[in-house]
Ligand binder design. Sequence first.
Ligand SMILES: Cc1cc2nc3c(=O)[nH]c(=O)nc-3n(C[C@H](O)[C@H](O)[C@H](O)COP(=O)(O)OP(=O)(O)OC[C@H]3O[C@@H](n4cnc5c(N)ncnc54)[C@H](O)[C@@H]3O)c2cc1C
Length: 280
Amino acid sequence: MHEINKATAELREEMAQRSALNPGGTRRIGNFGFIELEETWGDEATIINTARISTTNQRLANGHEFTDRDRALLYQLLRDQHGTPFETVYFRFRFIAPIFVLRQWVKHRVSSWNEFSMRYRKPISVAYVPDVTARTVDGFAVLDEAAIDEYEALMAQLFAWYEKQYSAACSRIDGARECGELAPKEGGRDPYRGRARELLRNVMPVATYSDVYWTVNFRSLMNFFKLRRKQDAQYEIREYADAAFALFAARLPLLAETMQRVLDESAAAGAAAQESSGHA
Ligand SMILES: Cc1cc2nc3c(=O)[nH]c(=O)nc-3n(C[C@H](O)[C@H](O)[C@H](O)COP(=O)(O)OP(=O)(O)OC[C@H]3O[C@@H](n4cnc5c(N)ncnc54)[C@H](O)[C@@H]3O)c2cc1C
């Protein structure tokens, strides 16, 4: 394995710290991946109380002790797609994932993103490496060990090339300052180093890891689970979606259970409709 840069070593340390501080709210994924459910705002009671505004002023009597009526209401609202009560509960995830996974994830537009920037910092100098499960389809290894060795060497070459060119650009900038060709650096960001980072990041592959805060309401999160936990979603985003689901289910079990019931019923109804129309 090639030498990782300082920012990447710090990030690795941070993942270990967060995993120790919040063991039930974090998961490690792949060779450098990570996900944490950092915060949630609202819960099942928020949804039930919100929905009841149209029929009664009675809020849940005992905070989080749900009656059969409460459970039935939650199920019925979700089944019948009463969207807005489910928009009142929010989740903030942090994840470290390869850029190709982020490109799929960011298509879920109804959510807020904040991402690590290679304009301001050097890249995270680790690339995703598919493990045996990721590169095997029905028992057949699509990429063999030799291919993976070459893949890793290629990634290492790109990270080394970035470091070499960035050091060279910094030396040229410093030299030009010393001889008065460039003005001395003032406070704030150095525009010359910044431009070098902007250009050098162009060679970073989509396997490079990035770091994101993702804030999403439950309605949109459910759509994400529905689309990205299905077998036809790519293996890597499915791994993140499954981990996000496990963290969410541990935090809000009644909502997770009700959602899964609705999704399963809807999938079964879809399959039955397809079969009866002869498109199985
Ligand atoms: C298996 C799979 C394969 C895919 N392949 C591709 C691909 O090849 N290329 C590609 O580009 N994408 C692809 N996608 C992404 C897919 O097309 C969606 O962009 C993505 O799943 C986000 O779904 P969404 O639009 O429902 O989510 P969000 O963007 O979060 O939107 C949530 C909901 O809000 C509503 N909404 C949001 N924006 C609008 C709008 N502008 N107008 C009307 N309603 C809106 C819709 O009801 C939508 O379902 C794929 C997704 C999956 C799961």
